[in-house]
Design a protein around this ligand. Structure first.
Ligand SMILES: [Mg+2]
Length: 231
């Protein structure tokens, strides 16, 4: 059995900075500081790390557990509005070919598709809403599972194992992302790794991380099947 775990931002969709705006909104409310996300690097990290970095940047101090809870709550309350705004302004898009690729994979008995994303689970499905891609992801590892991406991926794989009644040793895991952090996490967890280059990744850093496979997007299902060892 092959598990294929997809990152979300820049790999499945681009949400036109909806997440950053929702986080800015939460931080503005709590600290009075605007536009804090323009000062931190959000890509490839988990939500909770981003929430902590944003708070630290704005407030000049470490957030408490309670602060993180409040940011998460305010972020999730704001996110649907920001996603809608991105859609209305033409800033929301699917990565080319992703829907057909997911549909093709979901019809196979030897593959189980899941998510491996730093987004908190509810935020992930809010972001996927307009693309209608949520139904392809019956399990996953999410931002609330771990700060460390490799650990988050392993928890996702464990959940897939529950669903498919398998042990981790029975499964070959393939991670698809858009930044070097996806690759590094996949390697640390002992999984295969590939990258789409039309996301948010830095080409130099991607090259350095050394994924097994690279494509611009998902339009060539045949090429992806070659890497995945599928007929
Ligand atoms: Mg990404």
């Amino acid at each position: 059995m092959k598990f294929i775990l997809f990152d979300l931002d820049g790999t499945l969709i681009k949400s036109g900075r909806a997440g950053a705006r929702a986080l800015d909104y939460a931080i503005l409310h709590m600290t009075g500081k605007a536009d804090v996300c323009s000062k931190i690097d959000l890509h490839g990290t988990t939500d909770k790390v981003n929430f902590a970095n944003a708070y630290r940047e704005a407030a000049g101090m470490e957030p408490s557990e309670e602060h993180i809870k409040e940011i998460t709550y305010r972020y999730l309350a704001r996110l649907p509005h920001e996603i809608e705004w991105s859609v209305k302004n033409g800033l929301y898009s699917k990565i080319n070919g992703i829907e057909e690729f997911l549909k093709t994979l979901s019809e196979r008995k030897d593959v189980l598709v899941g998510m491996g994303t730093g987004n908190v689970e509810r935020g992930a499905f809010i972001k996927l809403g307009p693309a209608g891609l949520g139904r392809y992801f019956p399990y996953g590892g999410y931002g609330e599972d771990a700060h460390d991406r490799a650990k988050m991926l392993k928890i996702g794989v464990q959940r897939g194992c529950f669903l498919a009644d398998l042990k981790p040793d029975d499964v070959e895991v393939y991670i698809i992302g858009d930044t070097h952090k996806d690759i590094n996490a996949a390697k640390a967890a002992g999984y295969h790794s590939a990258v789409v280059t039309s996301g948010f990744g830095d080409p130099e850093k991607i090259k350095e991380a050394g994924p097994e496979f690279m494509q611009t997007d998902f339009t060539s299902i045949k090429a992806w099947f070659g890497w995945l060892g599928l007929e």
